[in-house]
Design a protein. Structure first.
Lengths: 158, 255
């Protein structure tokens, strides 16, 4: 359930929408229980969540980019002053990932945050494992470029 | 291995998706190529950044509770049932028991008021009558002897036609009780074959007319004028059909 919510949250980039999608996906999964042919239940659930989220994104034509306020507000605990810079750094990473195209974002989230193997990601996204690898390569390249200037700034810090 | 081939494989290497041989090949290239080694270092650094950013969103507890109560406790009885092997075994056992009981009792229930049980009893009775000394209560080829014999013994007077000219010779009659109902059993002979014809005012009047085969014997049933007729014999079924037709046609005319 945590994985399902995390994936949905990253895909639609909005807490309330993610909750709705998880509920809808679980309802779908429950109704389709007779179609469940064994195997990894987590993969099966994530597949349904992912498809539900993608349908949602397709319907929501006005995808007005990253909801930065949502991201900043998300799960932020009170940080001491000295950790402010580190927190900014994390925020940079979050924004960079959130700005990725959905197909790169979902691949990266499943790999880096959920720790799925290429084979598992391929099953969830219904794409070949080779495509998983090339999407990860594209996604990471984009992140390296996006984060590069900030990295230089950090190197100049004491 | 050149850099072009190595580039995508760096990701596979980073994600531990390469087999041992593949990993060695990539590592060898990394030790030889500074550009790719730098790229790999950058990717490792990126991974550390992503890890330390703690990007996983936590499921809101309200949603978790909602989902848990909705999908795991109630309404999911059947799904849970099949997830627990011992329960599915129990369900199968109960289902099997039910089916067995049904199969055992269905024929009984089915025939309790139907013609099958009557037919079986009539055949039994006929077979019993074929034993020495059981065929007649009144032995006569004269219809005017046989018919009056039933007076006072049944609450009806059975038709006893003389079918000798048609090849069915009257040889006698007896009183039987089938399913607690009195029945007049007329005995005819077709060559060496014995035909018992049971006439009753109550025995399966509503039963479906027709021919049945039971253990090598033929059993023909029909109803007429609120009287029920059951003819049983080992004679050919066509002969039994002729007998029934002739009996029905003749019974009113030649008395």
């Amino acid at each position: 359930m945590r994985s399902a919510y995390n994936l949905a949250r990253w895909l639609v980039r909005n807490g309330q929408d993610a909750e709705d999608i998880v509920q809808e996906a679980f309802l779908k999964a429950f109704k389709a229980l007779d179609q469940y042919r064994g195997g990894d239940a987590r993969i099966w659930t994530l597949t349904i969540v992912r498809n539900t989220a993608m349908n949602f994104l397709r319907k929501r034509k006005t995808d007005n980019g990253v909801d930065l306020e949502q991201l900043q507000a998300a799960d932020r605990s009170a940080n001491p002053e000295q950790e402010l810079l580190e927190e900014n750094r994390r925020e940079q990473v979050r924004r960079a990932i959130a700005r990725l195209e959905p197909e790169f974002r979902e691949t990266l989230v499943l790999r880096e945050i959920e720790g799925l193997s290429y084979k598992e990601i391929a099953a969830v996204l219904n794409i070949p494992a080779g495509t998983v690898m090339s999407r990860l390569a594209r996604a990471r390249q984009r992140l390296l470029i996006e984060l590069a200037p900030v990295k230089e700034v950090r190197h100049e810090l004491p | 291995m050149n850099c072009r081939d190595a580039e995508p494989l760096l990701h596979a290497r980073l994600d531990n998706e390469l087999d041992v041989a593949g990993a060695i090949t990539v590592d060898r290239h990394l030790s030889e190529c500074r550009a790719c080694a730098a790229q790999f270092g950058a990717l490792q650094n990126l991974r550390e950044q992503i890890d330390s950013a703690q990007l996983a969103y936590t499921l809101p507890s309200k949603l978790e509770q909602k989902l848990a109560s909705r999908f795991t406790s109630q309404g999911n009885w059947f799904a849970q049932l099949w997830r627990r092997p011992w329960r599915s075994v129990a369900v199968l056992a109960v289902a099997t028991a039910c089916i067995t009981v049904l199969v055992m009792f269905l024929p009984t229930m089915w025939t309790a008021d139907g013609s099958n049980a009557i037919a079986a009893e009539i055949l039994d009775n006929h077979l019993h009558a074929l034993q020495p000394g059981h065929l007649f209560d009144v032995e006569s080829s004269d219809q005017h002897t046989v018919k009056p014999w039933f007076q006072g013994r049944t609450d009806f007077s059975p038709p006893v036609p003389d079918l000798t000219n048609d090849g069915f010779m009257l040889v006698g009659g007896r009183l039987e009780v089938i399913r607690q109902q009195p029945a007049a059993a007329l005995v005819y002979k077709r060559r060496q074959h014995i035909i018992s014809l049971y006439v009753s005012s109550s025995l399966g009047v509503e039963a479906t007319p027709g021919l049945q085969d039971l253990g090598g014997y033929h059993l023909l049933h029909w109803s007429h004028d609120r009287m029920s007729y059951w003819a049983v014999s080992d004679v050919a079924s066509a002969d039994l059909g002729d007998f029934a037709r002739l009996f029905d046609q003749t019974k009113g005319n030649r008395r």
